[in-house]
Design a protein around this ligand. Structure first.
Ligand SMILES: Cc1cc2nc3c(=O)[nH]c(=O)nc-3n(C[C@H](O)[C@H](O)[C@H](O)COP(=O)(O)OP(=O)(O)OC[C@H]3O[C@@H](n4cnc5c(N)ncnc54)[C@H](O)[C@@H]3O)c2cc1C
Length: 454
C-alpha cells in the first residue's frame, strides 16, 4: 500500500495497537472474512512483549495446572514451538503460577506478521492514531500521523487495543485510571536481559539457601526442574539498599541458554499517558537498570561474569487508562471464579498488584476450579456504538486489571473482540447487538476455552 498525504483509506475493521490483544483481534477479524487493518505506532509488532521485553507469558493454566486459554494464543505458541522458538508451557520455578511460556521475541516479531498476512490482514507500522472522528455515537474515522503525512481511515467497526484506551478516550467514551481515591497506577518497570549467567550456580545457591527465596518456590522438585524463574535474594537486596522501592529480585531464564530477563526496577508515581512523566520514567528506568545490573554482577552467585545484553525499547507500563464499560470485572468475580453467561474468555492468573506507592506486591488467588470468566460486556464501552476494547484497557477495577492485563488473557480478549467485530460487520449490527451465543460458538470453533468443565 503506497500512501500519499491525506489519502482516505476504507476498510471494514480497524484494530488500533499491535500488542498481544491487537494481534489476536486482527487475526480473528481477518479470519472472519472482514477487510481488516492493524495499526501500530512502532516499527514492529508485539506490544509490551517486544517493546518492553515482557517475558515470559503467564499463564495459560490455572494454579492446579488446567489449561484455560487456548485459541489463537495457543496457536501462536504452537507455531513458535515448531520453529524452535519456544519450549511451550513449562513449570514456573518461582512458584507463583503453575506454568509460564518462554518465547524468542525476535522470531515472534516475524512470525506474527506471517500469521497476519495469512489471515489477509493489512498491517500499517510507524503509524500513530492521534484523532478519532465521531458522528453522534459512532466512530466514523480515525486519523494517523506518519512520516508520509496524515491519513483518514474509515471503517465499520473499530477495536481499541492500544493498552491506554486511546480510541475510547479520543472518541469521548468514559475511561478511568488507577485505584480509587488517589488514582495511582501500578508502577512502571524497565526490563533488561543479562547474558553469561551461570544458571547451575544460581540453582545450587537456591538449594542451599531456601530461606532467601520466595516461600512458594517448589524446592522439593527444584533439583529436577529446569530453572525458569527466580524470586528472592532478600538478604542481598536489603544489604545493597539501592534507591529502588522494591523488596526482592525477580528474573526469568532465557531465551538464550545463559540468559536471564530481569524484572526488578520500579518507577512509581508517574502517569504513562503524560509525556513529561514518560520522559522522566524512561530516564529513571534506564538509570535503575545500570544500578541493578551492577548489583547483580557484584553480589549474586552465578552472575560474576554476566553482562547487560539488552534493555527495553521503552519502559514497561502496567496500568494507565481503562474503559468504564458496560460491566466492570470485580474482585469477588475473580476470587470466587464467578461464571458469567456472556463469558468470552477465562483466566487462571491471580490478582497481582505491584504496589503503586509501596515496596511489595499484593496477590490473591482464584478459588473454585482456579479460573474466572471475563464477560463480553467488559469489552464494550459506554456511549460509542461501533467500538470494542481488548487487552489491558478493558472494563475492570484497578485490582482486577492486575490479572486481566497479563499477556495470555490479553490475547484471549483480543480474539473475542476481533471475532465480535467480524460478526458485527457480517450482520450489519453494533457489537452490543451481536448474538452472544453465536459469538461464543465462533470462539469455541476458534479453539477458545470457555467452559469451566472443559
Ligand atoms: C513491567 C511489566 C511486566 C510484565 N510482566 C508480564 C509477564 O511476566 N507475563 C505476562 O504475560 N505479562 C506481563 N505483563 C503484562 C503484559 O505485558 C501487558 O499487560 C500486555 O502486553 C498488554 O497487552 P495489550 O495488547 O493490551 O497492550 P500493549 O502490549 O501495551 O500493546 C499496545 C500496542 O498498541 C500500540 N499503541 C498504543 N497507542 C497507540 C496509538 N495511539 N496508535 C498506534 N499504536 C498505538 C503500542 O505501541 C503497542 O504495540 C507485564 C507488563 C509490564 C509493563
Amino acid at each position: 500500500m503506497k500512501l500519499a498525504n491525506g489519502t482516505r483509506i476504507d476498510t471494514d475493521i480497524v484494530v488500533c495497537g499491535g500488542g498481544p490483544a491487537g494481534i489476536n483481534a486482527a487475526l480473528a477479524a481477518g479470519r472472519s472474512g472482514a477487510k481488516t487493518l492493524l495499526i501500530e505506532r512502532y516499527g514492529f509488532l508485539g506490544g509490551m512483549s517486544t517493546i518492553a521485553l515482557v517475558y515470559p507469558w503467564m499463564t495459560f493454566h490455572t494454579t492446579g495446572g488446567k489449561q484455560v486459554i487456548g485459541g489463537i494464543a495457543q496457536e501462536i505458541v504452537d507455531r513458535l514451538q515448531a520453529e524452535g522458538a519456544s519450549p511451550g508451557h513449562v513449570r514456573d520455578t518461582v512458584g507463583f503460577v503453575n506454568t509460564i511460556t518462554p518465547y524468542d521475541p525476535e522470531v515472534y516479531k516475524t512470525l506474527i506478521v506471517d500469521m497476519l498476512h495469512e489471515a489477509g490482514v493489512t498491517v500499517l507500522l510507524h503509524s500513530f492514531v492521534d484523532q478519532v472522528n465521531t458522528v453522534e455515537d459512532r466512530i466514523e474515522s480515525v486519523e494517523i500521523t506518519t512520516k508520509s503525512g496524515r491519513f483518514h481511515i474509515h471503517a465499520k467497526q473499530f477495536v481499541d487495543t492500544s493498552g491506554d484506551a486511546d480510541l475510547a478516550y479520543l472518541s469521548g467514551a468514559p475511561t478511568l485510571q488507577g485505584r480509587e481515591g488517589d488514582k495511582q497506577t501500578q508502577p512502571m518497570t524497565m526490563k533488561f536481559r543479562m547474558r553469561g549467567v551461570d544458571l547451575d550456580a544460581v540453582k545450587q545457591y537456591m538449594l542451599e539457601h531456601p530461606d532467601e527465596f520466595y516461600k512458594k518456590t517448589p524446592f522439593d522438585e527444584l533439583q529436577e526442574l529446569p530453572l525458569s524463574g527466580v524470586l528472592g535474594y532478600y538478604k542481598h537486596w536489603k544489604e545493597a539498599n539501592l534507591p529502588i522501592n522494591r523488596d526482592q529480585v525477580l528474573f526469568f531464564t532465557g531465551p538464550g541458554p545463559d540468559e536471564v530477563l530481569v524484572n526488578t526496577t520500579r518507577v512509581q508515581g508517574l502517569d504513562g499517558t503524560d509525556v513529561s512523566d514518560l520522559t522522566e520514567a524512561e530516564t529513571l528506568g534506564r538509570k535503575q537498570v545500570r544500578m541493578v545490573a551492577d548489583f547483580m554482577r557484584g553480589n549474586l552467585p552465578g552472575f560474576e561474569k554476566a553482562s547487560l545484553s539488552s534493555v527495553g525499547t521503552q519502559i514497561g507500563i502496567r496500568e494507565t487508562r481503562r474503559i468504564d464499560g458496560q460491566y466492570a470485572l470485580q474482585v469477588e468475580d475473580v476470587i470466587q471464579g464467578k461464571a458469567f453467561s456472556d463469558c468470552i474468555a477465562r483466566s487462571g492468573y491471580p490478582i497481582d498488584i505491584h504496589d503503586p506507592t509501596g515496596k511489595g506486591v499484593q496477590a490473591a488467588w482464584v478459588q473454585g476450579d482456579g479460573a474466572y470468566d471475563i464477560p463480553y460486556r467488559c469489552l464494550l464501552p459506554k456511549r460509542i456504538d461501533n467500538l470494542l476494547v481488548a487487552g489491558r484497557c478493558i472494563s475492570t477495577t484497578h485490582e482486577t486489571l492486575a490479572t486481566t492485563r497479563l499477556t495470555p488473557s490479553c490475547m484471549a480478549t483480543g480474539q473475542a473482540a476481533g471475532t465480535a467485530a467480524g460478526l458485527a460487520v457480517k450482520h450489519g449490527c453494533t457489537p452490543s447487538e451481536v448474538d452472544v451465543a453465536q459469538l461464543q460458538a465462533e470462539l469455541r470453533r476458534g479453539g477458545a476455552l470457555l467452559d469451566a468443565e472443559a
